[in-house]
Design a protein around this ligand. Structure first.
Ligand SMILES: Cc1cc2nc3c(=O)[nH]c(=O)nc-3n(C[C@H](O)[C@H](O)[C@H](O)COP(=O)(O)O)c2cc1C
Length: 318
């Protein structure tokens, strides 16, 4: 299935608690080519839809988003085949892409045979991809880690071939194993290998350890990947997308100033008011991210950690 047109090669990663609709909107406005929701349970989608339907409401009240984010992808997790098909059909009308999670290393996900645990189950994986492709007309993409331990860090390779055979449109690789968590360095050579393993129709997204615009350019040059995805480097720093876009065009860009950070945080706080599903604790965590790299950031972070209202956050960040 054809992917939508992306305005930029730099995508915003799915991040639980971070990739909320307000923050995704900021990333899209600042030049992210694609934004992805945080991982969403297929069980929860099916259960919620039933409840919402009774009240004449739609699933978009559970998974909030805005038109300003397009193109937008929804990331699903879970391996119950019936629920997979049903959940994909429920979300299909609202999203441009459906992404499947085979990267989450968290035990509460891997223990239910979901996330990165599926890298060990090629037969089930094939069934999952086929089910998704047959269930909907929107493009299906995959995001994965490399393996479980160091000894099986090439589990991604057969999975990539299965994905290609089944008709997956795009694969994002975060080249770390489950065991690695976020330690060590992402092995960008594996992204290069992935690019050579699957045919050109399957787009490859490189992910892992892009923290500054120069890294983005370097990853594309070193690996030949089609797109790049930024997670932690964008936390409290959506400006990274406009900076990367400038870097790609070999244009000058400048570091984000304190004033710009403040303005962006205030805009984020305003945007969150539109989305009842965003909890105050998450908003506060996001606000703390905006203090990274600024003078006196640690003290400011401590102050924000104690804030009890959005107004208090605003007053402290000035
Ligand atoms: C707080 C946090 C939450 C995350 N949640 C998700 C998620 O919901 N789905 C997913 O595929 N990856 C998730 N990830 C992984 C990121 O999408 C990304 O693959 C990883 O952080 C490596 O990229 P980076 O070095 O640019 O951060 C999460 C990462 C972090 C730090």
């Amino acid at each position: 299935m054809k992917l939508p047109k992306f305005k930029s090669q730099a995508f915003f990663a799915p991040m639980a608690g971070i990739s909320d609709p307000a923050f995704r909107t900021l990333c899209a406005e600042m030049g992210a080519g694609l934004v992805v929701t945080e991982l969403t349970s297929i069980n929860a989608i099916v259960a919620k839809e039933k409840i919402l339907k009774k009240d004449g409401k739609k699933i978009s009240e559970f998974i909030e988003f805005s038109e300003k984010e397009r193109p937008i992808s929804i990331q699903l997790f879970g391996s119950d085949i019936k629920l997979l098909s049903k959940s994909a059909q429920i979300v299909e009308p609202y999203f441009d892409i459906i992404d499947y999670n085979m990267g989450c290393p968290a035990p509460h996900i891997t223990n239910q045979m979901a996330g990165a645990a599926l890298l060990q189950k090629p037969d089930l994986t094939k069934k999952i991809f086929t089910t998704l492709i047959n269930a909907v007309d929107k493009p299906i993409t995959l995001k994965m880690r490399t393996g479980v331990n160091n000894s099986d860090c090439y589990l991604w390779k057969p999975v990539a071939k299965i994905a290609e055979d089944c008709g997956i449109s795009m694969i994002t690789l975060h080249p770390r194993t489950i065991k690695q968590g976020y330690s060590g360095k992402a092995d960008w050579n594996m992204i290069k290998e992935l690019r050579s393993v699957v045919n050109e129709q399957v787009k490859v997204v490189g992910n892992g350890d892009i923290t500054k615009p120069e890294d983005a350019k370097k990853m594309i040059e070193q690996t030949g990947c089609n797109y790049i995805m930024i997670g932690r480097g964008a936390m409290g720093n959506p400006q990274i997308f406009s900076q990367i876009n400038s870097e790609m065009r070999s244009e000058r860009w400048s570091e984000t100033t304190f004033e710009e950070k403040k303005k962006t945080l205030h805009k984020y706080l305003e945007l969150t008011k539109k989305y009842p599903t965003i909890k105050f604790a998450s908003i506060r965590t996001q606000a703390m991210q905006f203090t990274k790299g600024i003078k006196g950031g640690k003290e400011l972070r401590n102050k924000i950690a104690r804030a009890q209202t959005m107004q208090e956050i605003k007053e402290k960040f000035k």
